[in-house]
Design a protein around this ligand. Structure first.
Ligand code: KIV
Length: 267
């Protein structure tokens, strides 16, 4: 294996020496190749593809087959980054055998390096069974979008003591089971920092402050392709909506005015 490739072990080493971990989502070959060339550490083939690629309101509708399609496109583009794939809603909650079968399908059919599951104690049996088959698992606690109809809202999680304590217990449980990292989504920064301090595995935050071991954002949000989604934690690094909109209008004008194609652009 190429020594420069990022592995789950590399991430642990990064945490030990205090180097922050960068993670972004990607769902297709072309954008994954740009992220990998730019030096991203981890690419998450998130079930947020359900929202940003397919236009669904939630992450619930995306299927295992669709996740495998996105993941295999990403894997074909990547030379260095660790590729983690979300197990979609309904593919692991039923029982641990179903969870293992889903994880194995993702690993075999996409060539990805690890899977991510949402939840703590409720799914620990599935996590353990997947791990026992040699498949690396990333946890996901705090706001877990697959449970949106249970929460009813996308507000900040674990503000109350009882929920904060459960999150801390879940993080310890995932670590003891053998997970290599955990995502903490939309929780108070002090709680996220406390978790990162108490556990050895890397903690990757999204809306969880800067006391954690790394950060993840949804690519289409940070590139400014989505204009409607404006949570406080989001920093936009580009306005691709504006750029693409303007380019499209220029193209339309050039076609309508017969400016495109010109003599040099034809055979
Ligand atoms: O699906 C996704 O994009 C995610 C991130 C928000 C962490 O799970």
């Amino acid at each position: 294996m190429d020594a420069k490739k990022i592995t789950t072990h590399t991430l642990l080493e990064m945490k030990r020496r205090g180097e922050k971990i960068s993670m972004l989502t990607a769902y297709d070959f072309s954008l994954a190749r740009i992220l990998d060339d730019a030096g991203i550490d981890v690419i998450l083939v998130g079930d947020s593809a359900s929202n940003v690629m397919a236009g669904h309101e939630t992450t619930l509708p995306i299927t295992l087959d669709q996740m495998i399609y996105h993941a295999s496109s990403v894997v074909r583009a990547v030379k260095r980054a660790l590729v983690v794939v979300d197990l979609p809603f309904g593919s692991y909650q039923g029982n641990s055998k179903e969870a293992l079968n889903s994880a194995i399908r993702i690993m075999k059919e996409s060539g990805a390096h690890a899977v991510k599951l949402e939840g703590g104690a409720e799914i620990i049996e599935s996590v353990s069974r997947i791990l026992s088959a040699g498949v690396p698992v990333m946890g996901h606690l705090g706001l877990t979008p697959q449970s949106i109809y249970k929460f009813g809202t996308y507000v900040v999680r674990a503000r109350e003591d009882a929920e904060a304590q459960k999150l801390m217990d879940d993080a310890h449980m995932l670590e003891q089971a053998g997970c290599f990292a955990v995502v903490l989504e939309k929780i108070p920064a002090t709680l996220a920092g406390k978790v990162a301090h108490q556990i050895q595995m890397p903690v990757i935050g999204i809306g969880a402050g800067n006391q954690v071991d790394g950060q993840v954002l949804v690519l289409h949000d940070m590139l400014g392709i989505n204009k409607e989604f404006n949570p406080r934690f989001l920093r936009r690094y580009a306005d691709l909506y504006g750029t693409i909109h303007q380019a499209t209008q220029s193209y339309i004008n050039d076609v309508k005015s017969r400016d495109f194609p010109n003599e040099k652009e034809q055979y």
